[in-house]
Design a protein around this ligand. Structure first.
Ligand SMILES: CC(C)(COP(=O)(O)OP(=O)(O)OC[C@H]1O[C@@H](n2cnc3c(N)ncnc32)[C@H](O)[C@@H]1OP(=O)(O)O)[C@@H](O)C(=O)NCCC(=O)NCCS
Length: 199
């Protein structure tokens, strides 16, 4: 899966959807997580996530950057995202808890990215619900044919998350480190028809 590397490392960072003909909650909403465009009001919250060194390490973000760098980075993401990046805020209980990316310029195929910004909430199911909402949005409103993702093998949460959503493993990608350990990317995909057939 795409890991956002934060301001110094890699590229920066709506609603709608139907699934299998079943009635869904409001477009882009799955259970208690819904997606919405990021706004400038979100910038202080987004920048605050980088204060958590463990989160930075897991996400591959640089550590030790001044807060102003993070604020500037996120203002740029909100105000002038690169054309290939669709980054949506994931909201639960009225609070911004993370974001999902549908990344790429191909008309019918995007790469999924994801971060849950409050580490104390990891394991609560927010990531899985955010990704489910992103797939609904991608295959629904955006009319995508395929969403793919890659996760480092050592990032067990991320691998579990993709597997539990029924994404199909397709092979291996490049090498990288996760929390200081060498690992390699596992690649996953899902087509719109697989998504519609999924339980
Ligand atoms: C990866 C990430 C988004 C997961 O978010 P989350 O809110 O914890 O996700 P969920 O609670 O939905 O859990 C996802 C899966 O991980 C499993 N899990 C939870 N804790 C775990 C642990 N310590 N070890 C392994 N799996 C774990 C959950 O059981 C769940 O699997 P299941 O659906 O089969 O039960 C979050 O950890 C994160 O933001 N990490 C940093 C950025 C990152 O790694 N992004 C993904 C890039 S590839």
């Amino acid at each position: 899966m795409d890991v956002d590397r934060g301001p110094a490392r890699r590229r920066p960072g709506a609603d709608g959807g139907a699934r299998g003909g079943r009635a869904l909650p409001a477009a882009g909403v799955t259970s208690s997580v819904h997606l919405r465009p990021l706004t400038l009001d979100d910038v202080p919250v987004l920048a605050s996530w980088a204060e958590d060194v463990e989160l930075c390490r897991a996400a591959g973000w640089s550590t030790g950057l001044p807060r102003e760098r993070h604020l500037a980075f996120w203002r740029g993401v909100v105000d002038a995202p690169p054309p290939e990046l669709l980054r949506l805020g994931a909201v639960s209980g009225g609070t911004l808890v993370g974001y999902v990316d549908l990344h790429g310029l191909e008309p019918a195929r995007r790469e999924l990215g994801l971060l849950v910004g409050v580490r104390a909430r990891w394991g609560d199911g927010l990531g899985g619900r955010a990704v489910a909402a992103a797939l609904d949005h991608g295959f629904g409103a955006l009319g995508l044919a395929e969403v793919w993702a890659e996760a480092l093998d050592a990032n067990r949460r991320s691998v579990r998350l993709l597997q539990s959503l029924g994404m199909r493993e397709t092979g291996r990608g490049g090498e990288d480190e996760f929390l200081g350990r060498p690992s390699s990317y596992r690649q996953f995909t899902m087509t719109s028809s697989e998504w519609r057939r999924s339980p």
